[in-house]
Structure formats: structure tokens, C-alpha cells
Design a protein around this ligand. Sequence first.
Ligand code: GLU
Length: 307
Amino acid sequence: MTASTPPSIYPLRGRDTLPMPGEGGVPNVTRFAPSPTGYLHIGHAYSALFAWEAARRSGGCFVLRIENIDETRCLDAFEQATIDDLAWLGITSDVPIRRQADEFAAYEAALSVLSRRDLIYPCFCTRKQIRAEVEESGRAPHGPSGEVLYPGICRHLADEERDYRIANGEPFAWRLNVDAAMAQTGPLRWYDCRAGWVDCRPDLLGDVVLGRKDTPTSYHLAVTVDDAIQGVNLVTRGEDLYHATHIHRLLQALLDLPAPRWYHHNLVADSRGQRLAKRNRAITLRHLRDLGKSPADVWKLLGLQLG
Ligand code: GLU
């Protein structure tokens, strides 16, 4: 098993190297932020070790955060298993563990800031409606990871219609009006330790959801708010989240939050170069432990790309 060479949609190349402390020797505050929807696999272990080492070697701080906003898919049993598996690897949080499901008030406060700036709008669309609209229009703009972008159906609904549908109890999500948001911030950029300065292009992802129909936040909003509240100054995570950073940088600017540095690391691939994922039964740490492997074996298995 090796860390893969990134596919061409990411401008990142070569082996990972642990990022140095920030400017002026400021120690790295890093985090590992799993969603407890299953057991940790070897790809998670790589990500956790990366964040842990980047903090340790700079005399910094490592934060474990449980990203459990999706209350139907996240289970307490997986949360405990995550904490136990990390402890088995020798990884524990330097600060009390933050659980996103306990922090909805913080995300709602951020949403109201954006609402006051007139940058979010209620979206009543179902997936089916979005699909139908995209098919009918004959054009389907795609995001950098191949996802269909929201075609803007609810972006310009009249206030009366919005009020009427909300009053009628129709479920809705809050979407970011990305063009309006970019017009307010002006051009932005962000720093990736491998790619260097990157021009911020949140428009590539379109009007993303910031408050879901089922929960008053979304991944993008919660992660941005939490990284700031927790003082994370180096966000390390897999390159599959590289493009999400465009949105996070925009949200930081809108919410007046500091911008950290980012390091998007390689994903662990199987021997055929395929990315490990829960659905293809990636090797869980539990399974390795049952096979009699030790934490040292796991570090070795990851090839210690980190040197
Ligand atoms: N919770 C996300 C996941 O499990 C990771 C979020 C992040 O690192 O920004 O994929």
C-alpha cells in the first residue's frame, strides 16, 4: 500500500513531506476531523498520523474533532471506536474533543451573519427537481470533482414566494449565493504547502449548501467555523478535499475568520492504485489489530512517507 500520485485534477505532486512551522516559527495547530459513520481504515490512519506528526514535530497542538452533523449516519459506537482506534495508534487529542452535533448554535450564528449580508437564500429543491432541471436545460455545469452544480432554480425567487413556502412548512436548505459573495470579498487566495498560493475559485463549486434541510449547518460551514474557533493554523487533509478549500477560504473572508495554511496530502491507494474507501472494504484498523498487527506495523505499512 502506498500514498498515491494525485490525479491530475489536483495541482499537487510527489511524496508528502511534513509541513514546517508557520511564519516566525509559530507551532502548527492541526486537526483530524473524522465523521463517525464507520470504522477508521488505513487511509484515516495516514491522515491522523500526518496531522499528529505535523503538530508534534513543530512543538504544536493536535486537535481531534468529531464531525457528526449527520445524525442519521453518525453512530455513537463508531465515535467511541474512532477514539479507541486512535488511542491504539498512540494518538490522543491535546484539547477536549469537540463534537459538532453539540455546537449547532455556533453554526447558526455564522449563518445569520451571512443572512444579514444577504448572501444566502432558501432552496426548496429536491434532488429529483435539480436533476430534471439540469436534463431539461441541456447543460449541466460540473464541479472540479465531477459533481453537477446547482442550476440556481431558487436563487431569484421573489420574497413573497419564499415567505409563503416557508410559512407553509416546505422543507428548505440554505444555499450560498457564490457570485454575490465573491463580489463582496473581491479576489482571494489561499496557501497550500504543496501547491503554493492558489487563486480562490469558489465559483467552481457553485451555490453550495450551508444549512441542510435536516440540520442547521453543512460540512463547509461547520468545518470553517470550527477550525477558526479551535485555532487551527494548519489544515491537513486528503487531496479529495482540495477544491472544498475554495469555499472555506471564501467563508473565512465573509465571516472575518483567520486563514490557516493548508496541506492536502496524498490518498492511500491499494496495490492497483485505487483510492481506499469504506465501500470497497478498505482495511480497518480493527481488522489489522485482530490480525495481530501492532501500531508499529501500521506506521510501517503506510510506508512512512513522512520520513
Ligand atoms: N469530516 C471529513 C471527513 O471525514 C473531513 C473534514 C476535513 O478534514 O475537512 O471526510
